[in-house]
Design a protein around this ligand. Sequence first.
Ligand SMILES: [Zn+2]
Length: 344
Amino acid sequence: MNNSLEFLCPFCNESHEIQVLNKPTQALINGMAVQYEETTYYCEKEQEFFVPKAILKNNLLAARDAYRMQNGLLTSQEIKDARNQYGLTQKEFALLLGWGEVTIQRYETKLIQDETFDQKIKNVKDNPKLALEELEKHKDKFENIIRYNEIKKIISSLIKTKSISYLNKQIIESYYIDFREKSELNGFKELDLEKVIDMISFFAMKSSRLYKVKLMKLLWYSDMLFFKKNKQSMSGLVYEHLPFGAVPLAHEEILKYASKCIDITSEEFDNGAIGYKITPKEYGNLKLESGEIEILTKVIEKLGKFGSKEISDYMHDEEAYKQTDDNDIIPYVFAEKIDGFNIS
Ligand SMILES: [Zn+2]
């Protein structure tokens, strides 16, 4: 997307409207070609391009982050997030990990971390218990004992809230341990749990009457249709054929894990049945891409108004369901047979 702003133009030596251009660019980093978006400024009067110093810095950061993403490394922002959840300064985070005090500052601004360092940050990011162990191990590096105790308190309280979520994640991953390799069972994608959470949040925000069983089917149709279009599933979820439809493996644990962004309340119907209603905790920003949002929107447009029973009946007519038996994994190849969603 391009736009414009008032800027002190170095060619005209005066402040005037400058075009801001974002264009896809390729760079070579550590011998690897990476794609990223580069920002350039343009003066129409002189018909000249230029890049202000601060923007140049952002461009370099964008290139390095593209490299990181391509290599499964944490981006500079993710490193910052890991640090911020514990309320640490860059120096404190580095000391906690037993590293030189400018290490984290470098990772957040310029240097690409190697895999060993990356793994250590990831461990500490996901598991505050490990953060506490690291902190205690490197206690002597902290000169200010009051601050040390403060940090210890923050991490300890996070252990209580995050450990449950961490354990849940471990359980989910253990269910998926045999489905790590890309195959037609996971739609040629390894499980992306954060994507699943975003998909659930999306449906919770868009649907005023969302119940558990219905959600499972919305997920299934989204993954299937995304696969049909892109030859890859959206989430990497593996779906089982159960009597009431297609259901992702570890769906109970996944719903528990999603409790950071949705509420599930039980609701009694007139006939005495109990439904589990799903509502969003907050309308946050989701990390979904436009191609993903397109599919999710089509699914909610088509199935959003269906009740749980109607959507079950609808699904039972799918070849994917008719040609598999109870407890079978439903392969994504059946996606070809799904029609009626108007997806080009
Ligand atoms: Zn100018």
